[in-house]
Design a protein around this ligand. Sequence first.
Ligand SMILES: C[S@@+](CC[C@H](N)C(=O)[O-])C[C@H]1O[C@@H](n2cnc3c(N)ncnc32)[C@H](O)[C@@H]1O
Length: 299
Amino acid sequence: MTGLRSYVDSDENSKIIHGDCLQALHLVDDASVDLVFADPPYNIGKQFGDFKDSWETDAAYASWCESWLALCIRKLKRSGSLFVMSSTQAIPYLDIWLRSRIEVRSRIVWHYDSSGVQAKSRFGSMYEPILHCVKDPQESVFNADDIKVEARTGAVRKLIDYRKDVPEPYSTTKVPGNVWYFPRVRYRMPEYENHPTQKPEALLERIIRTSTNAGDLVLDPFGGSFTTCAVAKRLGRRSIGIEAQEEYVKIGLRRLGIATHLDGKELVAPAKNTERRNANGVKSFLIKDPDAQGALFRA
Ligand SMILES: C[S@@+](CC[C@H](N)C(=O)[O-])C[C@H]1O[C@@H](n2cnc3c(N)ncnc32)[C@H](O)[C@@H]1O
């Protein structure tokens, strides 16, 4: 295997492989992984380091995705789960290919707040699709109790379920539906890293809690800023993250506490300016809003 470099933390629970996932996935044992979270380039022309996220045709992009998806499925245990993201226009190709190889259990919409730029000639893009797949529906892990959210009925008084033999109040919590609202990662948030498509920790937390238990192994073939591995570590899971660009591998090494230096250079978090002045020169500082899932607001 050429051009691959691996790094592990001292307790060997978090591993990073620097290289192309089509090569690096061969270093992962077959049937060893509990959860794969794959957030590949979407074929929408983004720049990731020296890599331009653009394929000649939709078919060429789908065919590339199929090669790493086939490997990911092979790495999953029988009880394992696969969450795959892509663009709204590309996900149907992946859905059709996947459903003859693995069970697509849920089609999730990650809905978020609008960016500053507003669409003028079409409906603005406010979501990204996620496919939730399981290898064997009888054996797969789904930790319903670990991900419950408040069940809002809209009623002022407690609603009673009279269909039960002994009527009882409706449950106040429920498993979330398939439309998930999480704010996108913004510059001012503490979790922000210098990566163009960083996913929110809250999104990964729900996915990891749903499909794994403590000590399980999580695999992310497109590590990016290594959100998946960072959340896996915080939740006591093991992880393997793969990333082709060295500048993002450096983020992962620091974020996972694997290294403080690489090739003699210190790995530092993005320096952020948390002070702003308004047009009159009055200072405002950013403080954490406890109700805004990690978002910051001005005081
Ligand atoms: C959509 S981003 C992942 C973002 C990540 N989920 C996060 O929260 O930061 C896709 C990543 O895949 C990387 N990548 C692109 N092609 C790759 C390949 N063939 N093998 C491994 N990584 C690749 C890109 O450099 C980019 O960082």
